[in-house]
Design a protein around this ligand. Structure first.
Ligand code: OGA
Ligand code: MN
Length: 201
């Protein structure tokens, strides 16, 4: 947690308590406004390279209609967010013995009318995703834009989470969740903290 782009207005003990008790946690006001501006710029300037997330190997799924771009070394600003998540992974490993070894991440863009239906990121522990994170990077958001993250916590209580700018949602990858229909362009980075560095087991 050394990076100068990170603000210090949040408390790691509260995050760990929330994850322990309900399986999810929120961090608001994570980064400086300078970093957010650079991130929006990097995301927006690559929008034409985003691909339909619901299409894989030519097979179309109707569960989601957003577009994504996987983050690699060509996206240095987003890489700083991945570095932050790697540091966070060390803390989560110490607290919960999760064995996280790798972070994989993509930008996501939901245009007006787009959604991601109810799903789990790691149903029946089929992959190595331990923790899911979503960082919201659009510069302003209003309730009437929709696009909320609706999530069932580990005690089976439902939560509606507004995709507020500069907010990071952190949750166990086995929890049920969805992105409600968005009425406005919604920009984010989804990242998974994985327990193995092999994508295919
Ligand atoms: C996902 C996802 C939630 C969100 O990308 O798997 O569930 O709020 N995202 O964007
Ligand atoms: Mn998901």
């Amino acid at each position: 947690m050394q990076s100068s782009s990170i603000t210090t207005s949040w408390n790691i003990d509260k995050i760990l308590d929330d994850l322990n008790e309900s399986g999810f946690a929120l961090i608001d006001h994570l980064y400086s406004s300078e970093y957010i501006s650079a991130l929006v710029q990097e995301c927006s300037s690559h929008l034409e390279q985003f691909r339909a997330a619901g299409v894989q190997n030519g097979v179309v799924s109707h569960i989601r209609s957003d577009h994504i771009l996987w983050i690699d070394g060509q996206l240095p600003v987003a890489q700083q967010h991945i570095q932050f998540l790697q540091d966070l992974s060390q803390i989560l490993n110490q607290a919960f013995y999760l064995g996280i070894k790798e972070v994989e991440a993509h930008f996501a863009c939901y245009q007006a009318g787009e959604f991601y239906a109810l799903h789990r990121d790691n149903a029946q522990k089929k992959n190595d995703r331990m923790i899911s994170t979503v960082f919201y990077l659009h510069e302003n958001w209003q309730e009437e834009f929709g696009g909320q993250l609706r999530l069932q916590d580990k005690n089976e209580h439902w939560h509606i989470i507004e995709p507020l700018p500069n907010r990071l949602a952190i949750f166990q990858s086995d929890l049920l969740h969805e992105v409600l229909l968005s009425n406005h362009q919604r920009l984010s980075i989804t990242a998974w903290l994985r327990s193995s560095d092999s994508i295919w087991k």
